[in-house]
Design a binder for this molecule. Structure first.
Ligand code: GDP
Length: 472
């Protein structure tokens, strides 16, 4: 590939490698540094693209102010398990869904649109929780304008409550607190407000900046008010989009329907999606054959903030993929093919287990954040000393995790664990059993053996710094 990019023969590249003391075969993968040096030999400069950027590339077309019109806010509900996220979503869906042409059965398509008492619209993403939200953000998708954090009034501010607040804050998305289950005799909303104050979330009633509402997903109390507060927050955000351009948005979920084919829910964020459009999402594309709302009703077009289930893609894109309409079928197909190649390449890379040498390359493709380590040693004292020192090697970029540590020989079980967790094994004054060694060879698990703790720490530190070096 490198040879053809530079318009030289493969033999020339191989001999350039040999002159650097590297004996390579024709289909050997070269690391980033080698590629840079070889390219330089032939007078080329190398630019590396992050695969993620290529996958999520959506040209940012600035809309001019006069094309922008207000759009509905998009809301995600988060909170601790059992505090009532699903109940709230269900209640709102049951009571607020706009009357459509077709009164089909409610289906879960990943989002739904509701109308408030004042006739305004709100779009709810109906995969509650911060995991989905954070996974989408990690992929670069920004599909939430307002987060509702639910806290049960008969319980307390819980770890996942804090996590939800934290994730919303990190993403810079405004939070509204819904104090739920106020119909229960044991409900104590004041205690919740107090606990929230304890983590710096001061609600408006207490002079803070966070809107909150006491609600019941059972009786419906406070829900109209909660929705009005969402609209208020949305007004402050001045949410707008241009409906008069080819659609662009985010994939919320996708599935394969045996009778119809691939169905993908797209949240339109700009432009308008219409039947017949050529849509590209992740590495899949196709002409939009049909569009449905969350009740299975057919739609002809979908504008900004509208979630729509699309039939016509040639596969199932991933949640968080950017979806975009292209003018030409051919352009969409070319991009889809290129992304398909990248995905294949990435899966080849990730199939290989981590080694100290591999760290640098993974970091270069932007996929390395954690180094998992299994520590085995001859004495408890050395297990602890080594583990502690390795943990301390953690930096802001790379977290070292000791996923298992114990006294004794390196066993087959250790290798299995390393294989599932993609870890390296560090042995101090111990050796692997014969079977463990064989298994490690088959599974390509790296086992590093040391008799001096200092050497172990230094080698791993070097590897981690090696991967940090290119960033400078
Ligand atoms: P999630 O895990 O946050 O999605 O919570 P669920 O919506 O599944 O609710 C957990 C439990 O609390 C269920 O048994 C609900 O029926 C109940 N629940 C949820 N909201 C309310 C409420 O406002 N009042 C009462 N009494 N029960 C509720």
């Amino acid at each position: 590939d490198l040879a053809s990019l530079m318009n030289v023969s493969v033999n020339q590249v191989i001999s350039a490698c040999m002159s650097m003391g590297m004996f390579v075969s024709i289909n050997q993968r070269l690391d980033a540094e080698t590629i840079t040096i070889i390219a330089d030999e032939f007078g080329y400069e190398v630019e590396f693209y992050k695969a993620e950027d290529e996958m999520q590339q959506a040209e940012i077309v600035e809309d001019s102010e006069e094309d922008l019109v207000p759009r509905a806010p998009i809301v995600t509900i988060m909170g601790h398990v059992d505090h009532g996220k699903t109940s709230l979503l269900d209640y709102i869906r049951k009571t607020r869904v706009t009357e459509g042409e077709a009164g089909g059965i409610t289906q879960h398509i990943g989002a739904y649109e509701v109308e408030t008492d004042t006739g305004k619209k709100i779009t709810f993403l109906d995969t509650p929780g911060h995991e989905a939200f954070t996974a989408m953000r990690a992929r670069g998708a920004k599909a939430t304008d307002v987060v509702i954090v639910v806290v049960a009034a008969d319980d307390s501010v819980m770890p996942q409550t804090k996590e939800a607040i934290n994730h919303a804050q990190v993403a810079g998305v405004p939070i509204i607190i819904a104090i739920n289950k106020v119909d229960k005799p044991t409900a104590n909303p004041d205690r919740i407000r107090e606990q929230l104050a304890g983590i710096n979330i001061l609600v408006e009633e207490w002079g803070g900046k966070y809107q909150s509402e006491e609600v019941s997903a059972k009786s419906g109390q406070g829900i109209s008010e909660l929705l009005e507060k969402v609209l208020l927050e949305a007004e402050l955000l001045d949410l707008k989009a241009n409906p008069d351009k080819p659609a662009v948005g985010t994939i919320l979920e996708a599935s394969l329907d045996k009778g119809r084919g691939y169905l993908a829910t797209m949240l339109v964020q700009g432009g308008t999606l219409r039947i017949g459009d050529v849509l590209l999402a992740g590495s899949h594309y196709g002409r939009v054959k049909a569009m449905y709302d969350h009740r299975g009703g057919r739609m002809k077009e979908a504008g900004p903030s509208v979630p729509v289930q699309v039939l016509g893609l040639d596969g199932a894109p991933q949640a968080g993929d950017i979806a975009k309409v292209y003018e030409s079928d051919r352009e969409a197909r070319d991009i889809a093919t290129r992304r398909e190649q990248i995905l294949r390449e990435q899966s080849v890379r990730t199939r290989k287990h981590i080694t100290l040498d591999e760290i640098g390359r993974r970091l270069a493709i932007g996929s390395f954040k954690e180094l998992n380590v299994i520590v085995k040693a001859d004495f408890d004292g050395s297990v602890e000393a080594l583990s502690d020192s390795l943990l301390k090697l953690s930096t802001e970029e790379i977290q070292v995790n000791i996923i298992h540590k114990a006294v004794g020989q390196i066993s087959e079980a250790d290798v299995m664990l390393a294989s599932t967790a993609d870890a390296i094994i560090v042995g101090f004054q111990v050796r692997p059993s014969v079977n463990a060694r064989k298994l490690a060879e088959n599974e390509e698990i790296e086992i590093r053996l040391y008799s001096v703790i200092y050497d172990a720490i230094n080698e791993i530190k070097d590897a981690m710094e090696g991967m940090l070096a290119p960033k400078v």
